[in-house]
Write a protein that binds this ligand. Structure first.
Ligand code: AMP
Length: 400
């Protein structure tokens, strides 16, 4: 942030899309914590902060013929907690743009903080509307984007707004900068061998990621539900396991591509299979290629764990996205747990590890290993798209 903030009103796009309970209390404030260094820096340097963010999906009911649920989705819910964290008063404007927002922004003194109402209360936000973005831009002297989690969306507050600021008057915040730098560590000239661990439910969600990874990783470990599409495509019997029939051909294509590029592709040799999709279901270990009829693979088995662990321990760079099984159910969380521990141990021995994507992040947090890996990304979809090699609109808008 090469900007002199002295006396400047900084319009900052943060990600305050925090989970709330039924009394609108914040149940996990990670996203607020991650935004604090940028806000504090600007205030310490003599600037003031105008914070904008979305919260939830307030337009959902509107589309179904109802109205915006302002009580549920107002950003006022974060004001008290933010004020405690910053140790100072935080003002709130119950509009995002307009006369009131303008006058509150104008009156802001150095060191003061103003939170604007949920950007998604405005139709123009998700459309990336220029008139709405211009109104936002008028509130600040400089624009800072620190919301990596929404950087893949070309919305008004994440992207369009940036065009109203000169290059010298806009910048990434510390969180955005860290996300980009850490992803680039894996993508550009990483220490080798590079091991990518990809799991989760569907191949179709991660198709582009897999294709791109095969271009530069040394080992590709595939676990989770998506592995069974590969196993079936290779001629295995997978019983009732999750399979995307329309992706079998693609799975074979990816296997061939890996072969031709000299990438070692690991599928789970064995699986923990269950007779129902339920934690209490009967379960046993079988070869992943011989899942009995009526049974489904819900986790990688002990042989797969050992093989995956070895590739992780030998790696110098590790990328992990997606759980190895249905880790929400304790009986099928062992694979994910072992992999998380192996990533932490390998990191301790000098590897660089990046954990990205909602569920693998949840797994690492749940196991208390978040500070034992090199970097935990805050962006699910945004990190996936970044790793796929796409230019994210929120990043481009600052660089342009
Ligand atoms: P994703 O959002 O694609 O990373 O997928 C995460 C979800 O995949 C989690 O909710 C897991 O429960 C689910 N999952 C992982 N392994 C399996 C499996 N073997 N069968 C069904 N679902 C799975």
């Amino acid at each position: 942030m090469d900007i002199n903030f002295q006396g400047q009103r900084a319009l900052i796009r943060v990600d305050f899309n925090v989970p709330l309970d039924k009394d609108y209390k914040i149940t996990d404030d990670t996203r607020i914590q991650k935004a604090l260094p940028t806000i504090r820096h600007i205030l310490d340097k003599g600037g003031s902060a105008i914070l904008m963010s979305h919260l939830g999906r307030p337009m959902k009911k509107l589309k179904a013929g109802g109205s915006i649920d302002r009580e549920k989705f107002t950003l006022h819910h974060v004001v008290g907690h933010l004020s405690e964290q910053l140790g100072r008063d935080v003002k709130f404007c119950d509009e995002t743009v307009g006369q009131k927002a303008k006058s509150m922004a104008e009156q802001l003194q150095p060191g003061e903080v103003l939170v604007l109402e949920n950007t998604r209360f405005n139709e123009g936000e998700k459309k990336g509307d220029e008139a709405f973005a211009k109104q936002l831009a008028e509130l600040g002297d400089v624009y800072i984007n620190d919301a990596f989690g929404t950087a893949h969306r070309a919305h008004a507050s994440t992207t369009t707004v940036a065009q109203y600021f000169d290059k010298s008057k806009k910048s990434f915040g510390f969180l955005m900068k860290a996300e980009i730098e850490n992803a680039n560590k894996v993508l550009h000239e990483p220490d080798r061998p590079v091991t990518a661990i990809i799991g989760g439910a569907k191949v179709s969600d991660k198709m582009l990621l897999l294709e791109r990874l095969i271009d530069f990783v040394d080992n590709l470990l595939i676990g989770g539900g998506m592995a069974y599409t590969f196993v079936k495509a290779q001629g295995g019997a997978v019983g009732n396991s999750l399979v995307e029939e329309d992706r079998l051909e693609l799975a074979n294509k990816l296997v061939k591509k890996a072969e031709s590029k000299g990438v070692r592709l690991y599928l789970p040799e064995d699986s923990v299979v269950a007779d129902k999709f339920n934690n209490e279901a009967e379960h046993k270990t079988t070869s992943s290629k011989e899942v009995p009829d009526g049974w489904m693979g819900l986790d990688i088995g002990p042989d797969a764990r050992a093989a995956f662990e070895q590739a992780i321990m030998e790696a110098k760079s590790i990328l992990w996205n997606g759980p190895m099984g249905v880790f929400e159910m304790p009986n099928f969380a062992h694979g994910t747990k072992h992999i998380a521990e192996a990533v932490a141990t390998s990191t301790q021995q000098g590897a660089f590890s990046l954990v990205g994507g909602g569920d693998s992040v949840a797994a690492v947090n749940q196991m208390g290993l978040a500070d034992k890996v090199s970097y935990v990304s805050t962006g699910g979809g945004a990190m996936l798209e970044f790793l796929e090699g796409k230019e994210l609109p929120g990043i481009k808008a600052i660089n342009d």
